[in-house]
Ligand binder design. Structure first.
Ligand SMILES: Nc1ncnc2c1ncn2[C@@H]1O[C@H](COP(=O)(O)OP(=O)(O)OP(=O)(O)O)[C@@H](O)[C@H]1O
Ligand SMILES: [Mg+2]
Length: 548
């Protein structure tokens, strides 16, 4: 399969990546560091910006330890060009002609564990001055970002964006062309089908897109709109392999989240702001939301429900895996995950229990600031992102949140999710009874709502499940009755009653500090020492049950 793409052919306009690269090269930046796993594509894109007639003409060359210095079509340049990494930089320094020298896998020789790294780092620093005025540029091309601190100020890092739609369309056209005369493969593309297929490929590297497309065509022997679902499934597999991001599918909707009316209204309003009409109106794309609060009251549940409500894919981002030693370099992982999320945009990026993932950003953790740097990358992205990736983060340990995270500009808002009010408890009870095929009208809801004062949503759910066990123990045909619910509720000791008083103080602070997710009444009457002694009575027929 050919890899010639629209944006690399000489006549094609430059892609934004190429424009950016050209600006750096023209401005005389001596060392660029290009992070990408797509070597071939990167080399073609670099070659593509050096059009005929540009003065002075800078030719691109590729150096690797296996082949030495070659042209981009891999013809050796000079017999004298060394393969030895210790000799290549002095060789380039001596060379008179201008050029762009792409050094493959050079990060290996910059690693502090490599015995020659002090020499090579010094050599790189030595080329900076002379290269500045000489139309020579070094491009370190590597799939991992590894810059020794001595070079940090002298090296400019550029990320190769994933292929744009023009590049992906070129692959599709290649395939259509390739199978044009093949009677075993049927091609049937209507209006808009090409665009749908290209959109389904969005987020993959060129190689991944080619492989996914080839697999789908070979398996189904057709190129048509029905391929889209299969391509999406392929994409899901590929993203799953990235280990840090997971396509999360869930049955939860706002309808299965009890209460939290203010939060839901906020989300409903923001959900409309992803459209082109909102941009035309002058609205920015919503950035994200931080949910803090009492455990088990619906933080994660809301995060899950919102994506479905907005009909966007939900990507769960496991921050812990960013630091997993086997997955690669933490900083690289963070950048890759961000790129992947952006490629799937519009989407919801869910970071559950963010404070746990970020443990280590405060105080010395013996990881030489890696956690802090990775966290910094995340924060900068959250503030500057332009793609429609809505970040929804949840946090349990309010104290563990680094203050930088809460600074304005990172999230659109911070909500505190409290223990449910009586009305909300009625909603939650009704929802969980319905989940287990029971109708709340058959139960003395008011009594149970009062009895589970101080319960979290999760505890109410558990009480419903326990009551079902109690009923089932009496026989397969037994009916779930009020007494079962009553017994399950009275034997539950909610966390809000047993929790450390210090945590209770934190909850109180958070209640005052952050936006409340629910509008009704006083939460969890029995929860705090200074709480209201009598909860407001729950309505007999909770009027808002199921009116979400
Ligand atoms: N408001 C609610 N409406 C319906 N069910 C709820 C609600 N709150 C909690 N639950 C039930 O409890 C389960 C656990 O809630 P969830 O995971 O959202 O809690 P959380 O706030 O994220 O807690 P943690 O801080 O421990 O992570 C949910 O899956 C759901 O079944
Ligand atoms: Mg949670």
């Amino acid at each position: 399969m050919t890899q010639q793409t629209a944006s690399t052919s000489p006549a094609a306009p430059l892609s934004p990546f190429q424009e950016k690269l050209r600006t750096y090269i023209r401005a005389g930046y001596p060392i660029l560091y290009l992070v990408t796993a797509e070597e071939d594509r990167a080399i073609k894109l670099i070659a593509g910006i050096l059009k005929e007639g540009e003065a002075p003409r800078r030719k691109p060359y590729v150096w690797s330890v296996s082949r030495g210095l070659c042209t981009v079509d891999l013809r050796p340049v000079a017999a004298a060009a060394p393969k030895n990494p210790e000799l290549i930089l002095p060789f380039l320094l001596e060379r008179e002609d201008p050029g762009i020298f792409i050094l493959e896998d050079f990060h290996f020789f910059l690693d502090e564990r490599a015995p020659t790294s002090p020499l090579i780092i010094r050599q790189l620093r030595d080329v900076i001055g002379p290269f500045k005025g000489s139309y020579k540029t070094i491009v370190i091309l590597s799939s991992v970002l590894k810059i020794p601190p001595e070079l940090e100020k002298d090296v400019t890092v550029i990320d190769l964006e994933l292929p744009d739609e023009a590049e992906l369309l070129a692959i599709l056209e290649d395939n259509i062309e390739q199978f044009r005369d093949d009677p075993k493969v049927e091609t049937n593309l209507g209006e808009g089908d090409r665009e749908r297929i290209v959109k389904a490929l969005n987020g993959l590297t060129l190689m991944e897109a080619e492989n996914a497309l080839a697999k789908v065509i070979v398996t189904n022997r057709r190129i048509d709109a029905r391929d889209v679902d299969l391509l999406l499934a392929e994409k899901e597999q590929i993203i799953r392999k990235s280990a840090m991001l997971e396509f999360y599918s869930t049955p939860e909707r706002f309808g299965t989240v009890g209460g939290l009316d203010l939060l839901k209204a906020w989300l409903q309003q923001r959900g409309k702001a992803f459209s082109d009409a909102a941009r035309a109106f002058g609205l920015p794309s919503p950035k994200g939301l931080l949910l803090v609060g009492v455990p088990g009251c619906g933080k994660s549940l809301t995060a899950k429900a919102v994506a479905a409500e907005w009909q966007m894919p939900l990507l769960k981002f496991d921050l812990g895996k960013v630091f997993a030693p086997l997955v690669g370099q933490a900083e690289d992982n963070m950048r890759r995950a961000i790129k992947m999320a952006e490629a799937v945009a519009p989407c919801v990026l869910w970071i559950d229990e963010i404070e746990k993932g970020l443990a280590g950003t405060r105080g010395p953790q013996g990881d030489s600031g890696v956690t802090a740097r990775v966290f910094g990358t995340l924060l900068t992205w959250m503030e500057e992102k332009t793609k429609a990736v809505f970040t929804i983060a949840t946090a349990n340990d309010i104290e563990g949140l680094p203050p930088e995270l809460l600074r304005k500009g990172r999230f659109d808002d911070v909500f505190f999710i409290d223990l449910p009010t009586p009305q909300e408890r009625a909603n939650v009870l009704a929802i969980h009874l319905a989940k287990h095929h029971r109708d709340y009208n058959d139960f003395a809801l008011e009594r149970h709502v009062a009895a589970c004062d101080g319960f979290s949503g999760a505890e109410i759910e558990q009480a419903v499940i326990s009551s079902l066990y109690l009923a089932f123990a009496e026989g397969e045909k037994a009916k779930l009755e009020d007494r079962h619910l009553e017994q399950a509720i009275t034997t539950t000791v909610p966390l809000s009653r047993s929790v450390d008083p210090k945590v209770r103080v934190l909850w109180d602070e958070a209640r005052r500090k952050w936006r409340r997710a629910s509008s009704e009444g006083v939460a969890g009457a029995a929860a705090g020492a200074d709480a209201v002694s009598e909860p407001p009575p729950a309505p007999k027929q909770p009027k808002r049950v199921f009116e979400f």
